[in-house]
Design a binder for this molecule. Structure first.
Ligand SMILES: [Zn+2]
Ligand SMILES: [Zn+2]
Length: 396
């Protein structure tokens, strides 16, 4: 299996060599070497059954720090942060995908504060942002100002944060989109942090570039002319974003808004693909990226009036819905994977295990949790999991 991965690595290295800047890291980009000590990691910190079998000897694990997608905080009785954040813990180093509201608390709950230096996030090697929706990036200000900031003595840096590039013309707003969603510019991660750094300058007390390096991902030349707000996910091969001694990270464009990325992490222990937000049809991009992964973390929405669970009903009350709510429903459905489609994505990707996360809505009872699983099994005969916050899955 390692041979296969190395072959993939070499092939992808060729792809990146043929591009301009795809954000490959250098030694200067990475955080100082301060791995978590093995005995500091609290196995089974989550409340999920998926923690079973993840022992102290697991050297590479996926931690679903936050497993829900986009719910409104005022509607949740046990609110402790909403949105999606995922950590990969590989030989004591952490790689983060997205950073939602509440991530600081989940970080500690997952046992990632276990080392003497962990409060400075020195074991965090790199972060990857899938797209610029708030349920994926609301935690970034905390991560920067109160995590990596060297105003807190002992912090290292700089932390590379890879993510979407800026778009000057987002095109017209699609039907059902909120006001201001179209016809303007959209910040990439470099612009996002520049704006944030300016706004938080009183608190930061240091040049943020000394502790955090946002990097707008550059598309391979082969698709640079094809991808746009009008064609947000042209068919493409995965391309390399980042590589160090622990992991090779590749990416592709998916079907949400432009640009939205899915990421794949290949390690010597195994592989995991994280879909980001996307609709079912990605011109095969997600399936090409995920092909043969041990784990596919796939976003999902459950909108089944017959079953009695609907994100829109949660937001607006039961039908009949007004015109605006109906337009929102159609827009929302057009840019996410329906629960009944999740198994097809996993099957086409030939993955071992499908982990549903970014759950909209998060299951409020065992029956709803089971409904997610049964819908996935319509198209997939492999292992299916419904992630809870702080679940862990071992890669080796
Ligand atoms: Zn989302
Ligand atoms: Zn989104």
């Amino acid at each position: 299996m390692l041979q296969i991965r190395l072959a993939v690595s070499l092939a992808l290295s060729f792809v990146v060599a043929a591009t301009t800047t795809t954000g490959c890291s250098s030694d200067e980009d990475t955080h100082p070497d301060q791995p978590l000590e093995d005995d500091s990691i609290e196995d089974g910190a989550g409340d999920g059954e998926a923690d079973d079998g993840v022992g102290d000897d697991c050297r590479a694990r996926v931690i679903t720090l936050q497993a829900s997608g986009g719910p409104n905080w005022w509607g949740l009785p046990d609110y402790s942060g909403a949105g999606v954040s995922t950590a990969l813990l590989i030989d004591g180093f952490v790689y983060l995908v997205d950073a939602a509201d509440g991530i600081a608390g989940k970080w500690g709950d997952a046992g990632l504060n276990g080392s003497p230096n962990a409060e400075k996030l020195q074991q965090l090697r790199a972060a990857f942002i899938t797209h610029m929706h708030t349920d994926h990036i609301s935690g970034l200000p905390v991560l920067m100002a109160q995590g990596t900031n060297p105003a807190q003595p002992g912090a290292g840096g700089p932390l590379p944060v890879y993510g979407p590039f800026s778009v000057e013309d987002t095109g017209p707003a699609p039907p059902g989109a909120p006001p201001g969603a179209g016809g303007g510019t959209r910040s990439g991660v470099e612009e996002f942090f520049a704006q944030l750094q300016q706004a938080l300058s009183v608190d930061l007390r240091a040049d943020p570039r000394s502790f955090l390096t946002p990097i707008n991902i550059t598309l391979p030349e082969s698709v640079e002319g094809e991808a746009s707000s009008a064609t947000p996910y042209p068919a493409m091969d995965p391309f390399v974003v980042y590589e160090d001694e622990n992991v090779l990270v590749t990416a592709t464009l998916v079907n949400h808004f432009y640009p939205s990325f899915a990421y794949r992490f290949d390690t010597e222990f195994g592989s995991v693909t994280i879909s980001g937000d996307t609709a079912r049809d990605t011109n095969g991009n997600l399936e090409r990226l995920a092909r043969g992964s041990d784990y596919l973390l796939l976003e999902v929405i459950l909108d089944d009036e017959e079953f009695g669970v609907s994100f829109l009903d949660d937001l607006y009350g039961p039908p009949p819905h007004g015109t605006a709510a109906q337009a929102f429903r159609e827009r929302f459905s057009a840019i996410h994977v329906d629960s009944k489609e999740t198994g097809d994505v996993a099957d086409d990707s030939e993955v071992d295990t499908l982990i549903l996360h970014h759950l909209v809505p998060p299951p409020a009872d065992p029956e709803t949790r089971q409904k997610y699983i049964e819908d996935a099994r319509l198209g997939f005969s492999g292992r299916v999991e419904v992630a809870r916050d702080l679940d862990e899955y071992c890669l080796d």
